[in-house]
Design a protein around this ligand. Structure first.
Ligand code: ADP
Length: 424
């Protein structure tokens, strides 16, 4: 699937660049060609309108010959369509040029023509004056047009070179763009591929996690159905199993939903001014009886009044995850400490326990979804393997940092740094 998208993406990139190249090339070619011939055409127009016929003779309009481009050759057209070479009658080469304009129709006003391996620019102007009778050796000839001709070999050669440069630039450019486009598309696909793989893994893990409790519920229900005459008391173990697994599934589904919403960026923080002291005391109070039941002491120590802008519910959820873990993975007679202090623009909160610890090789992975370092205990205590992934998401969303230090057999410390003011 990704290979096809990759090919499509690079093909689309190349086509877009090719179109841009073509438009750019055409504009440059058109502009240069216009500029080159525009100058020639102006010179031709100037020279062609510099005389008139008075009493059968050609009279120049301006005496300044240097004004005129010597490359421009002027011929006249008579009313019958013939050409009259009054200016260059003794020059054979130029007289032959009349062949070039023989088929020139009065409406082909400006053309570039090939003649005997040379390129000529030809412009036909109508003769604008009424007195148009020119006296020649052949007798009087009525003139109705002026033809200006210029040798434009150098302009045409320049344009040809430009075309070759643009075409070769386009071919090289397209080759580079295809390769670069493929490479860039491939690089752009890496994070997409990674996130796709992660998502696939997440779905597979989630299904796997749900399968076990579902199987337990199903088998216990089927076993109960075999004895319809049994009372609830007689089946209390199975009912307890079903209730426990249903609780586990409810927690799992709720955790999955939290992470799915976080992935889809659908979870927005509800920011307000939160008193860290009040929050920690409230959560600790909630956990003290639970800790006592497990034979663990829980203590909260906060030196000063601490406040920050945060989502109270999310911070509560974060502390619950950390304290719940601390109790789950600490054997009696263990100790749990919660401390909170201020460091510059940050508030740091630490949850430290004297529990079993995490092996060094697992420390980096504890924040991964569904990662369990101590699988047996996590399952036994109803863990989903998603708690720390949710904790990390909450911290990231608040622009903070969470780190873990642990020594196997002697305890674990989760440290959180949260900015007092959320910087977006
Ligand atoms: P779980 O639901 O399994 O507790 P978590 O994401 O909260 O999932 O934690 C991931 C794993 O990290 C746990 O399975 C456990 O092995 C380890 N862990 C988390 N907190 C502690 C702790 N305080 N002490 C020891 N191990 C811990």
């Amino acid at each position: 699937m990704f290979q096809r998208t990759l090919r499509r993406l690079s093909a689309m990139n190349s086509i877009v660049f090719l179109i841009i190249f073509m438009v750019f090339g055409t504009v440059i070619y058109g502009y240069i060609s216009y500029r080159l011939f525009d100058k020639v055409d102006d010179a031709m127009r100037l020279k062609a309108t510099n005389f008139r016929i008075v009493n059968g003779r050609i009279i120049p309009q301006s005496r300044n010959r240097f004004l005129f481009d010597p490359r421009v050759i002027i011929m006249l057209r008579d009313v019958n369509g013939g050409t009259v070479n009054i200016f260059y009658t003794d020059d054979n080469d130029i007289t032959r040029l009349s062949e070039l304009v023989e088929d020139q129709k009065p409406d082909d006003r400006i053309v570039t023509k090939e003649f005997e391996n040379h390129s000529y620019r030809v412009i036909t102007f109508p003769y604008p004056f009424e007195d148009n009778l020119l006296m020649t050796d052949r007798g009087p000839i009525a003139i109705n047009g002026i033809i200006a001709i210029t040798l434009v070999d150098s302009e045409v050669a320049s344009l040809r070179h430009l075309l070759i440069i643009i075409a070769s630039g386009m071919i090289t450019g397209v080759l580079i763009i295809i390769l670069a486009g493929y490479y860039l598309a491939k690089r752009a696909m890496v994070p997409i591929q990674k996130s796709w793989d992660r998502q696939q893994q997440f779905v597979a893990d989630a299904s796997h996690e749900l399968r076990t409790p579902l199987a337990v519920v199903k088998s216990n229900a089927e076993l109960m159905l075999r004895h319809p005459d049994h009372t609830i008391e007689e089946e209390s173990i199975r009912v307890t199993n079903i209730a426990r697994e249903t609780r586990r599934m409810t927690k799992l589904v709720s955790d999955l939903l939290t992470l799915a919403r976080s992935d889809a960026n659908q979870s927005e923080l509800k920011l307000s001014l939160v008193s860290v002291n009040e929050l920690i005391n409230a959560v600790a109070e909630q956990f003290v009886p639970l800790a006592e039941m497990e034979g663990i002491t829980l203590q909260a120590e906060i030196s000063e009044q601490l406040e920050l802008t945060a989502d109270r519910e999310r911070l509560h959820q974060l502390l619950v995850i950390l304290l719940d873990n601390a109790i789950k993975y600490t054997l009696p007679p263990g100790k749990i400490f919660i401390t909170a202090t201020k460091h510059g623009g940050n508030i740091s909160v630490a949850v430290e326990d004297s529990g079993q610890g995490i092996p060094p090789e697992d420390l980096q992975r504890v924040f991964d979804r569904f990662f369990r370092s101590d699988k047996a205990r996590s399952r036994e205590k109803g863990g989903t393997g998603l708690g720390l992934a949710i904790a990390k998401w909450i911290i990231d969303k608040h622009g903070g940092k969470i780190t873990v230090e642990s020594k196997l057999g002697s305890g674990t410390k989760f440290s959180i740094m949260l900015p007092v003011k959320r910087v977006f």
